[in-house]
Ligand binder design. Structure first.
Ligand SMILES: Nc1ncnc2c1ncn2[C@@H]1O[C@H](COP(=O)(O)OP(=O)(O)OP(=O)(O)O)[C@@H](O)[C@H]1O
Ligand SMILES: [Mg+2]
Length: 507
C-alpha cells in the first residue's frame, strides 16, 4: 500500500478555555476529495490551520508521503505543497488580480545587487495560471476590489495554487457564492482532482459533499467521530454523526395566520436592479424571496432598508406612507435587516458576545434607555443556549469564535431586537444543520406568536419552500411570479427563476 499524500495523527489543540481538537485523525490521497464536516465550532478550521502552518498543534504528527514534517509557519507548509483557501478571504482590494496572486513570491529580475519585481512575467504567469484553471474571462490587471465574490474566489484559488500544490484545502468555499459560481468552482475542483491534487473540502451543505467528495470525516466537539466513503453513507447518517442525534425536522414551520399588512411597496424603482416592484408582507407571515444570483433580491432589501433609497415608488408601513432615505429611518420604523455579508456589517469583532448580542442598534437610534449589564447578560445567555453558540461564556471576544458561531451572534441580535418587519438575507448560510433548524423554529415562532413579518431571501430552495407562506420570484430586478405555500414546488419556483419570459403564478 502506498502512503497517503498527507496524514494527520492524534492532533490536539487547546485554546484558553476550549479544547478545540482532541486526538484527531485525518488523511488524504492524491486525486481525492475528502470532506471535513462538523457543527459550528467542531474544530474544522483549527485543524486546517494546523495543516497549513498557522497554528502549532499541542500533540500529534503530520506526515507527507509517510515522512514526518513540522511547519513553523504557512510558508513552510506551502513549500511542501499545501495550498489553503481560508474561511475569511484574504485578498487586497487595492491590488490587481496578478499582484494578489503573486504577493510575497513575485518573480524577480536582478540588476547587479538590486532585485526588482519582473512585472511582465507576473502578468504573464497570472494569465497562464488562470488559463490552467479554465478561467479566461478575468483581466489580471483589474483591481480585486472591483470584482464580484465569485471572481474573488477564483483569484483566491489561483493564489493558493501559485505554489506547486499537492493538497488544496478549501474552508467553506461556497458559503458566499451564487449557484452559477458554485458550478464553476466545482468544475475547478474536478479539474484539480483529475490532475492528482488532494482536496480537503469543508462545507455545511451536505448536498455538495454528495456531489463532490469521495470520503467524509466528521468532527464533534473537537473529537474525531469517524470517516465514511460517501457512496456508503447517507445525509441522515452524516447528520447524526455531526450532531450526535437525528434531526427529524429541518423546517419546523408552524401554520401561519397572516394579519394586517406590515410592509407594502408599490412600483418601487431604483435602476438597474430594482424595477417596478410591488409586494406585501403581512404580520405573522414569512415571505420567501427567490431568484438567481444577480436577480436583484439583496438590492431590493437595501432599497427598502434605505441603504440605497428608491428613486420612485411608494413604501407603506402599517398602512402609513413613509419615506426611507437612510437605514436609521428604517430602524425607527421597526425594520430590521440581517445582511448577507455578516462578516463586516453585523458585528464588532473586538467586543464580546454580551456586548454584540445586545448591540443596541435599535435602542440607540430611537434614543430609548440603554440596557443594563444584567439584561445584556441574560440576552447573551439566551442566545448562546438557544442557538448553541460554542463559546466559554458571554464574555468571549467575538473574534475568537468560529465563523458559524459569529453568524449566530448576529442572527440572535436581530431576533432579540423585536422589530415589526425582519428582512433576512441568506439567514442560515454557513450555519450547521442543528442550529439551522433552531433558527428556522425561532423564525416561525416569532411570526406566529408575535406577529413578526419576515421577508426572507434565500438561495437554498429547500429553505424557501420549507419556511415560506408565500414565495416571490425575482428576475432581472422585477418580480416575475408568486406562489402560495401549497403551489410552491422545486419545479414551479425553479422554472420561474430561470425562464426568460415572465410567468404568472396565481397570487
Ligand atoms: N484563536 C482562537 N482563540 C481561542 N479560541 C479559538 C480560536 N480559534 C478557534 N477557537 C475556538 O476553537 C473552537 C473550534 O473553532 P473552529 O474555528 O475550528 O470551528 P469550525 O469547526 O471551523 O466552525 P465553523 O463551522 O463555525 O467555521 C471554537 O470553540 C472556537 O471558539
Ligand atoms: Mg470554520
Amino acid at each position: 500500500m502506498t502512503n497517503p499524500t498527507l496524514a494527520l495523527e492524534n492532533i490536539s489543540k487547546q485554546f484558553p478555555g476550549v479544547k478545540a481538537l482532541d486526538g484527531v485523525h485525518f488523511d488524504i490521497n492524491a486525486g481525492e476529495v475528502h470532506a471535513l464536516l462538523g457543527e459550528n465550532g467542531a474544530g474544522k478550521s483549527t485543524l486546517i490551520k494546523i495543516v497549513s502552518g498557522v497554528y502549532k498543534s499541542d500533540t500529534g504528527s503530520i506526515r507527507i508521503d509517510g515522512q514526518a514534517v513540522t511547519f513553523n509557519n504557512p510558508r513552510e507548509a506551502q513549500g511542501k505543497g499545501i495550498a489553503t483557501i481560508y474561511q475569511e478571504l484574504s485578498l487586497y482590494p487595492e491590488l490587481t488580480v496578478a499582484e494578489n496572486i503573486f504577493i510575497g513570491h513575485a518573480p524577480h529580475r536582478s540588476f547587479g545587487p538590486l532585485k526588482v519585481v519582473d512585472w511582465g512575467t507576473v502578468y504573464e504567469r497570472a494569465r497562464e495560471l488562470l488559463a490552467s484553471l479554465n478561467i479566461h474571462d478575468l483581466d489580471v490587471r483589474r483591481k480585486v476590489g472591483s470584482l464580484n465574490v465569485g471572481n474573488r474566489q477564483r483569484v483566491e484559488i489561483a493564489k493558493a495554487l501559485s505554489i506547486n500544490a499537492r493538497v488544496l484545502i478549501m474552508d467553506e468555499p461556497t458559503a458566499a457564492l451564487t449557484e452559477t459560481d458554485v458550478e464553476r468552482l466545482f468544475e475547478i475542483v474536478r479539474l484539480l482532482k483529475g490532475q492528482g491534487v488532494g482536496i480537503i473540502y469543508i462545507s455545511h451543505r451536505l448536498q455538495e459533499v454528495f456531489e463532490l467528495a469521495d470520503r467524509a470525516t466528521v468532527l464533534r466537539d473537537g473529537q474525531y467521530v469517524g470517516t465514511k466513503a460517501v457512496k456508503d453513507t447517507s445525509e441522515d447518517e452524516l447528520i447524526s454523526m455531526m450532531v450526535g442525534r437525528t434531526i427529524d425536522n429541518l423546517f419546523p414551520k408552524l401554520p401561519a395566520k397572516p394579519g394586517e399588512p406590515v410592509l407594502e411597496i408599490r412600483n418601487l424603482t431604483r435602476p438597474p436592479l430594482t424595477r417596478n416592484v410591488s409586494l406585501t408582507v403581512r404580520a405573522g407571515e414569512i415571505v420567501g424571496l427567490s431568484g438567481l444570483v444577480g436577480s436583484g433580491r439583496s438590492e431590493l432589501a437595501q432599497v427598502i432598508f434605505g441603504m440605497t433609497p428608491a428613486q420612485s415608488g411608494e413604501i407603506y408601513i402599517g398602512g402609513q406612507r413613509v419615506h426611507i432615505n437612510h437605514p436609521a429611518q428604517a430602524v425607527k420604523l421597526g425594520i430590521a435587516y440581517v445582511p448577507e455579508d455578516r462578516g463586516t456589517q453585523g458585528l464588532v469583532k473586538q467586543m464580546n458576545i454580551r456586548e454584540n448580542a445586545s448591540l443596541a442598534v435599535l435602542r440607540a437610534l430611537s434614543r430609548a434607555s440603554f440596557i443594563k449589564r444584567g439584561e445584556e447578560r441574560t440576552l447573551a445567555k439566551n442566545a448562546i443556549q438557544q442557538l448553541s453558540i460554542r463559546a466559554y461564556g458571554t464574555e468571549q471576544i467575538v473574534n475568537k469564535l468560529s465563523g458559524g458561531n459569529q453568524q449566530k451572534v448576529v442572527i440572535s441580535k436581530w431576533l432579540a431586537s423585536k422589530p415589526k418587519l425582519l428582512i433576512m438575507d441568506e439567514p442560515t448560510r454557513g450555519i450547521d444543520v442543528g442550529a439551522k433548524s433552531e433558527i428556522h423554529r425561532l423564525m416561525s415562532e416569532l411570526a406566529v406568536n408575535q406577529g413578526l413579518a419576515i421577508l426572507m431571501i434565500s438561495s437554498e430552495l429547500p429553505e424557501v419552500l420549507g419556511m415560506s407562506d408565500r414565495v416571490l420570484v425575482m428576475r432581472e430586478g422585477q418580480l416575475v411570479a408568486e406562489f402560495d405555500r401549497t403551489q410552491a414546488t422545486q419545479e414551479s419556483v425553479g422554472a420561474a427563476m430561470m425562464r426568460v419570459q415572465a410567468v404568472n403564478g396565481s397570487s
